[in-house]
Ligand binder design. Structure first.
Ligand code: DGJ
Length: 717
């Protein structure tokens, strides 16, 4: 049993991890332990008592059943406003009488095999390999029920948490904050990792020390955003990539989120994560339910990389779904960086032919094919521009197919341009606040997906487009955030509306590979990965800057989910072949493709570009489905190295981002190899043990920047 109940103690037991909490004084759910697996079944429910009485003793206060002033000393799993806990609550609501005080009492628990689906929300799913614990609390005065859901994936060492609120009373309550998780850590010897940035520099790693303060990362943009990812990790102060305790929190949600680490005066640290309470108020009428999104929680005692490995596995195998979950992803050529929206039918055909000559498998027609689109306008008018493509999408899809390539298409379904037939017919279909300016961004507005008729229109029109030609891949873009909302529930309802159309559209075409995109990587989050198993990582295809973007992204997201293309930068410039090598080596460490007008490449460069395609084809299974190790970080110096490893080989990418004059020798120690096996690399045979203990010697280069790839094939016997 992965879930054990002993008296008042609940124990979630993974293969290597334990998460233990108990019911204190029959009322408070107190956190006890999260860390390396407990082998014995010892009872730890004495722990909160010991802790609270030692604190009370220190300040000479008598503590009894009626004195709850010391709630802030308790390490809680669920906390509400009122009763003496002054830290950020899990739940905060305003009731019919205007009061915002809650008093929840314990009702009971039940254990289920498997994992229930969260209504309307994306989440991890089980394949008979999870168990779920439901714990119910009830606010006696209002009848609101809080159902805490804990799932343990034993084999994956992953715990998920969410809460369902049910109004079983007779009066409406307005939810002011409904967090998905609260975990109170004993101690403050932690640093917090967040992934922050902006357009063209997404998911930069930032560390901050936990102290007597509240550190919050959040999005208020209606979408998870370029600026901050719905993820935080708390790591022991001395934890590193490969050692020490690290605790990850990743929210399966694509809208406004908040995650906080709050150090309090009692020496503890509270982590809360969920929908951002900012500009949020949600009415819950009698009989209604509110389900919070899920937080995926990972503990690692082998540092940050150990945490990433666990996220990669669960997200690859129990979040991403459909036929592409386990299938190698096609190498593509996309016309965007080569042509923008200024293309002709002939130019597109030439790019597709060029891609075929390189050995690429899929041609993607990006923005500009519909309505009267010319960089701005027409979003919402999803019919093909026959002036540009007289034979329609079918024509270009058939031409691509004749090359024995698959055809893919760009769409941006959530948007509406004021310059569109759709807007002229339905000016009220965008998100707007009556009587206020409608702020434009990229000349577009956001469709009000909270309205059923708008959702039905989008599903209908997009399904028609997809059915109009032989389409194998869809790139789903979203190029702006939400500005003026009409109510405080609208941003959350928009996200729910988005999930509804994603569910219907992706569900209607299970054979199509969907890729998420949001002005680059502005919505690279687990919520989107549930519907679309890969995401365009960033609009910045400069390989040196991409190193940081891909490194930061890999903290949570598996490399197969990160699309990475060789872009058009510097094509035609002197010395391009050297730059091309670096571009390709960075892109090959993700989900690989090209994005340029290949006619600008010389014969030699084309040959070089073709060789990268062949090379990626060889290493693709390892890069896309192997374990990933960050060895040297672009955030720490000018050397970067990444390793991918599976049962057949290891692939090591090494990068140098500055010139090294007369520097020291570089030895890179690999991870995850079979110590008893031999590996062949560039006509030399190394033992796995030696590669891990002594390392692989990588020569320094005299170039301003440099990249290389070492493939180590595992030898039989
Ligand atoms: C932003 C995306 O990130 C680009 O790749 C491209 O698809 C453009 N949008 C098209 O408008």
């Amino acid at each position: 049993m992965a879930i054990q109940v002993q008296g008042t103690q609940f124990h979630l037991k993974g293969k290597h991890v334990s998460y233990i909490f108990s019911l204190y004084k029959e009322r408070f759910l107190t956190h006890i332990y999260w860390g390396k697996r407990f082998e014995s079944d010892c009872d730890l429910s004495y722990f909160p008592d010991e802790f609270i009485y030692s604190r009370a003793n220190a300040v000479h206060v008598r503590l009894d059943e009626t004195n709850h002033m010391f709630m802030s000393d308790l390490q809680l799993e669920f906390s509400v406003f009122g009763g003496g806990d002054y830290r950020l609550p899990t739940f905060h609501a305003r009731y019919a009488d205007g009061s915002t005080v809650s008093e929840f009492t314990y009702e009971g628990y039940r254990i289920m095999d498997g994992k229930p689906q969260l209504k309307g929300l994306p989440s991890t799913y089980d394949e008979g390999d999870a168990q779920t614990l439901e714990i119910t609390f009830r606010d006696s005065r209002t009848g609101i029920r809080a159902v805490l859901l804990y799932t343990i994936f034993e084999e994956y060492d992953v715990i998920t948490r969410s809460i369902r609120y049910e109004n079983c009373g007779t009066e409406r309550a307005d939810i002011l904050s409904a967090q998905s998780t609260t975990v109170d850590f004993y101690g403050q010897d932690y640093k917090m990792l967040t992934l922050e940035g902006d357009w063209l520099r997404e998911r930069s790693m930032e560390w901050r020390k936990v102290g007597h303060n509240t550190m919050t990362v959040e999005s208020r943009r209606g979408m998870s955003s370029h600026m901050c990812n719905p993820f935080i990790a708390l790591a022991e102060t001395n934890a590193t990539e490969n050692g020490g305790d690290v605790y990850g929190f990743s929210l399966v949600y694509s809208g406004n989120f908040a995650a906080s680490a709050e150090g309090n005066s009692c020496g503890g640290t509270r982590v809360t994560m969920g929908i951002n309470p900012f500009n949020f108020e949600y009415p819950l009428s009698p009989g209604e339910q509110f389900q919070t999104p899920e937080v995926v929680m990972v503990y690692s005692d082998t540092g940050l990389n150990g945490m990433s490995n666990r996220y990669h596995r669960i997200y690859r195998e129990r979040l991403c779904k459909g036929i592409y979950r386990d299938a190698e992803r096609p190498m593509l050529i996309n016309n965007w960086e080569g042509t923008g929206t200024h293309f002709t039918k002939e130019k597109l055909a030439e790019i597709a032919r060029g891609g075929k000559a390189l050995g690429l498998e899929l041609f993607v027609l990006d923005d500009g094919w519909f309505g009267k689109r010319n960089i701005a306008g027409s979003l919402g008018d999803w019919y093909v521009n026959r002036d540009l493509l007289p034979d329609g999408l079918e024509g270009i899809a058939n031409e691509t197919k004749a090359l024995d390539m698959k055809f893919g298409l760009w769409i941006e379904p959530e948007m509406i341009s004021p310059e569109s037939e759709l807007y002229r017919a339905h000016p009220d279909w965008c998100i707007h606040a009556e009587g206020r300016n409608r702020t434009l961004c990229r000349d577009q507005l956001v469709l009000d997906l909270t309205r059923a008729e708008v959702r039905d229109y989008v599903v209908d029109v997009i399904c028609k487009v997809i059915r109009s030609a032989d389409i194998s891949y869809i790139k789903w873009d979203c190029n702006r955030n939400i500005t003026e909302t009409a109510s405080m529930r609208q941003t959350h309802d928009f996200v729910m509306g988005l999930y509804d159309i994603l569910d219907r559209i992706t569900g209607a075409f299970p054979e199509i590979l969907f890729e998420g995109c949001s002005g680059g990587g502005g919505r690279f989050d687990p919520g989107m990965l549930y519907y679309m198993p890969q995401t365009w990582t960033s609009d910045d295809t400069n390989p040196i800057r991409r190193l940081k973007i891909q490194h930061g992204t890999s903290v949570v997201y598996p490399p197969v989910t990160m699309t990475a293309h060789v872009g058009k930068i510097d094509v035609g410039k002197e010395g391009y072949n050297h730059f091309l090598n670096t571009c390709a080596m960075v892109a090959m460490a993700g989900n690989f493709g090209y994005e340029m007008d290949l006619s600008l490449l010389s014969e030699d460069e084309l040959e070089q570009a073709r060789e990268y395609v062949e090379m990626y084809r060889e290493i693709r299974p390892t890069v896309q489905f192997g374990a990933f190790y960050r060895i040297e970080s672009p955030f720490e110096g000018r050397f970067v190295s990444w390793e991918f490893v599976d049962d057949t080989r290891a692939v090591l990418f090494v990068y140098q981002t500055e010139k090294e004059s007369n520097g020291a020798e570089r030895k890179i120690k690999l991870s995850g190899l079979d110590p008893n096996a031999n590996y062949r690399c560039r006509d030399r045979v190394y033992s796995g043990e030696a590669l891990m203990k002594v390392g692989l010697r990588v020569p320094l280069q005299r170039y301003e920047y440099f990249a290389d790839c070492y493939v180590m094939e595992k030898l039989e016997g």
